[in-house]
Design a protein around this ligand. Structure first.
Ligand code: 7PJ
Length: 363
């Protein structure tokens, strides 16, 4: 089935407390969060293109949407509905996922034990800086990178999860495309499975993920990391990504993973040119129509360097924060970052400024 109607909430502003009950005409809280939307971009897709127009919330509610009536009602309900907790974590405010890379190039070259200890120490530092989720990854999936063998990936990440588990109550996610790594990470105490292939890379991943009973983060990518940015092609990137994620959510549900345990991520930098990345970034609120929490991972990525002309990823922190804040302003619930302290500071000040209240979002 090819979707022909898409809706993107726009005009988001802090929801006044009394609006949370549903003052329809003035604006609706998005996904039960702290931002309300007052207008919608209605996108009608046809072969080879799409019409986009903006309608106020009142007009949207009153209008007869004809053959789109069911789709419009479904999408609207997806925007409106609150999101259940994810592995116990409330998603009514922005959450930070801190990146812990356990790859040989990322930590000391003093051998396996040293790199395990360094990764654990790094994760605990990110926790102290305010991360809500610690994302452990042993396979670099950066553009152009080679695949990592199963034994090597297990040897990198399992000792880190085992060592970290008794030392933190924060959520631990495992960033992997391999079913066996998922299984072993779950046994070692991981709380969430994060797969940049949306459980498509490993033929066993869907079944194994369902067996673990853990929540899954499904990311869109076009192609394999090695070659994905050579020649990505889309009809309309933001909508194609929506369709892919919708299909993968359905596949998960069919395999026994309920929607309440799914997070969707449009996959910035994965099989996307700069213009694709900015098209997705500028339309992040579209993905709330999937009816699940939305995740952004743009931290230090190439698009930041391309936009602002910054070569060294370590120098891309300010641009990464700008991307994070623009997504949070579109109601995105989880931001995956390297620089937790800086991102957290930015989010707290941004929130105080938009809400006119200095109460921290923390805890
Ligand atoms: C992402 C990821 C992302 C999710 C990586 C890097 C490349 N997982 N794993 N989303 N990126 N969910 O961090 O630059 O964007 S690895």
């Amino acid at each position: 089935m090819q979707r022909t109607l898409y809706i993107r909430p726009i005009g988001l502003y802090p929801a006044p407390a009394e609006d949370q009950e549903g003052a329809i005409w003035g604006g609706l809280p998005i996904a039960g969060g702290s931002l309300a939307f007052s207008a919608l971009e209605v996108i009608e897709r046809y072969p080879g293109g799409a019409n986009r127009r903006i309608v106020g919330l009142g007009e949207f509610m009153e209008r007869d949407w004809g053959r789109h009536t069911l789709a419009a009602a479904d999408l609207f309900e997806a925007f409106r509905a609150g999101r259940p907790r994810l592995a116990g974590l409330a998603l009514d405010r922005p959450r930070i996922m801190g990146i812990v890379n356990v790859t040989p190039d990322s930590f000391s070259d003093g051998g396996r034990h040293d790199s395990t200890e360094a990764a654990i120490a790094h994760a605990l530092r990110l926790e102290a800086e305010g991360a809500d989720i610690l994302d452990i990854g042993g396979e670099s999936t950066r553009p152009g990178s080679d695949a990592v063998a199963l034994d090597e990936e297990l040897a990198r990440v399992i000792p880190v999860i085992e060592g970290l588990r008794p030392r933190t109550e924060k959520l631990i996610s495992i960033d992997t495309r391999k079913a066996e790594v998922m299984r072993r990470a779950a046994a070692a105490g991981a709380d969430i499975l994060n797969d940049v292939s949306a459980l498509t890379h490993d033929p066993d991943a869907l079944e194994v993920a369902a067996e673990t009973g853990l929540p899954v983060m499904l990311m869109h990518a076009q192609g394999d990391p090695k070659t994905m940015n050579d020649n990505p092609v889309y009809d309309d990137v933001a909508l194609d990504v929506f369709d892919f994620l919708e299909r993968r959510i359905r596949a998960c549900e069919a395999a026994g993973i309920p929607k309440a345990k799914i997070v969707a991520d449009p996959g910035i930098g994965f099989g996307k040119h700069l213009h694709h990345n900015v098209a997705v970034l500028s339309q992040m609120s579209l993905y709330h129509g999937l009816g699940v929490p939305v995740l952004l991972g743009a931290s230090r990525k190439k698009l930041i360097g391309q936009i602002a002309n910054v070569d060294d990823p370590k120098d891309r922190v300010p641009g990464s924060i700008a991307a994070a804040l623009s997504s949070i302003a579109q109601g995105v619930q989880i931001i995956r970052v390297h620089d937790v302290a800086a991102t957290r500071q930015a989010i707290e000040v941004w929130q105080a400024a938009v809400r006119g209240s200095e109460a921290p979002i923390s805890k």
